[in-house]
Write a protein that binds this ligand. Structure first.
Ligand SMILES: C[S@@+](CC[C@H](N)C(=O)[O-])C[C@H]1O[C@@H](n2cnc3c(N)ncnc32)[C@H](O)[C@@H]1O
Ligand code: SF4
Length: 444
């Protein structure tokens, strides 16, 4: 572990917690103005068959009857953005598990593609949904990148993550991934390292299996433990040992970099130009659905986390946005600094165009600190990450997501009763798949 890891994490943790604070009275009443060019669209589908104990995303148990109403609201919200002049080039559908209802998902993709000149469509899924028919239908609906949540091929770890029963064993997942190859321009696999109980030998085994499969893209996340999720995780699967993180990350780079290129500090691609979902190339992005974030015109927005409130607002002709926060100049610079270097480089012409000379002046402490630590290299055309810098940015990005997840945790706490009722109702309808209602309810 580098000597500065703890102080660096303490500083960024504090900063990101401040940056993610939505003001109580800053409720969004109007839609943001549409930017001049196309932007990225994020569509949130919060339904999952099983709620994994490590996950802090906004998700609820899949409930077939309520899902239809939600997707209908999504399509209306998408239409509303188009009416306001927004156009979308790249679409990312995340969750939750967007493929729980393929009919509804396809109709929703159609709602965007008929109104915008869409170039790429990325969809997240789980291994149990990799059935030939479902995959072909997704491809025909324009999906260009399928991202499959694997986490690990180790059955002991999958069981500890409570994924073994529903999402399948390591052997089954491998067979399904092998059969899914070649259908989409990009097949991405999501993995997690530094899981509780994971040894270096287990990580090596996962890396060897991944190399054998040769998928187009691998996203290898460190296990993120937002403050709001630590208690739940400690009780169920345990907490990670931070002392192993650096060695594990180095191992991943050693094993993957010979045949993959780092598209970001935690995403590795075989093909040039494959994007990492966490780097927003276009500046503005719009998030639709309950609990989705947007960044438009230098302000951050969030939609309501209450699924019921979300549907009612959209059905009543309102926007789903309920929170807004305008970012100051320095905050926007810091955001660019984090996001662009996470992708490997910060081009000087981009910065000059956007901020002029103010960037070098206002960001002097951050620029100097990272250079002194040996995390960045200052070339004539761009600032670039060193190998140590990749580790630093991976840590900082994880802290950024922990801060985002803490906001999600707080928002979800406000609607605890609704989430409990929703999950209880869904429990009754899925009890037939073999889990006891007690088990299911404890997974919130
Ligand atoms: C939010 S899930 C949505 C897609 C799908 N439901 C799945 O499980 O993959 C996308 C990915 O986020 C990652 N993820 C979720 N919680 C995480 C955590 N606490 N730490 C690291 N990665 C996490 C997992 O790798 C997961 O595959
Ligand atoms: S990680 Fe688990 S709980 Fe989170 S979105 Fe994926 S399936 Fe749902």
């Amino acid at each position: 572990m580098p000597w500065f890891e703890r102080p660096l994490l303490a500083v960024v943790r504090h900063e990101y917690a401040q940056a993610m604070r939505f003001a109580e009275d800053d409720v969004a009443e109007v839609m943001p103005a549409a930017p001049s060019g196309p932007c990225q669209l994020y569509v949130h589908v919060p339904f999952c068959e099983v709620l994994c104990p490590f996950c802090s995303f906004h998700r609820v148990r899949f409930n077939a009857s309520k899902t239809k109403r939600y997707f209908d609201a999504l399509r209306r919200e998408i239409a509303r953005y188009h009416e306001a002049g927004f156009r979308f080039r790249d679409v990312y559908v995340g969750g939750g598990t967007p493929t729980v209802d393929v009919e509804e998902l396809i109709a929703t993709l159609e709602a965007v593609r008929t109104r915008s000149a869409v170039q790429s469509v990325s969809v997240e899924t789980n291994p149990n949904h990799l059935e030939p028919d479902r995959l072909q239908r997704l491809r025909s609906a324009g999906v260009t990148r399928l991202s499959v949540g694997v986490q690990s091929f180790d059955n002991g770890l999958l069981s500890r993550m409570e994924r073994l029963e529903t999402y399948g064993s390591g052997e089954k997942i491998r067979a399904r991934l092998a059969a899914a190859q070649g259908i989409f321009p990009t097949l991405n696999v999501d993995m997690i390292f530094n899981l509780p109980g994971q040894t270096l030998a287990m990580l090596e085994q996962d890396l060897a299996l991944l190399r054998g499969l040769g998928v187009d893209q691998i996203s290898y996340y460190p296990l993120m433990t937002a403050a709001s999720a630590r208690h739940r995780m400690a009780k169920s699967m345990g907490l990670p040992d931070p002392r192993l993180r650096h060695a594990m990350y180095e191992h991943i780079l050693e094993e993957l970099l010979p045949s993959y290129r780092a598209a970001s500090a935690w995403c590795f691609s075989r093909v040039e130009g494959l994007f990492d979902e966490y780097i927003i190339e276009q500046d503005d992005y719009v998030g639709v659905g309950s609990g989705a974030f947007s960044y438009v015109g230098g302000a951050m927005y969030s939609t309501t986390f209450s699924l019921d409130h979300y549907c009612r607002r959209i059905e009543g002709g309102q926007s789903g946005l309920t929170q807004r926060r305008a970012l100051g100049l320095k905050e926007r610079m810091r955001y660019d600094f984090l996001m662009r270097l996470f992708g490997g480089q910060l081009r000087r012409d981009t910065i000059e165009q956007r901020y002029g000379r103010a960037f070098a002046f206002l960001m002097a402490p951050e620029l100097a600190a990272m250079r002194l630590l040996g995390a960045t290299r200052h070339d004539a055309d761009a600032i670039r990450l060193t190998r140590l810098g990749m580790y630093c940015w991976m840590l900082m990005m994880a802290e950024f997501f922990n801060a985002v997840n803490d906001v999600r945790g707080q928002m979800r706490e406000h609607i605890r009763a609704e989430l409990e009722a929703w999950n209880h109702e869904a429990t009754v309808s899925v009890a037939s798949i073999g889990r006891s209602p007690g088990q299911l309810l404890s997974q919130q």
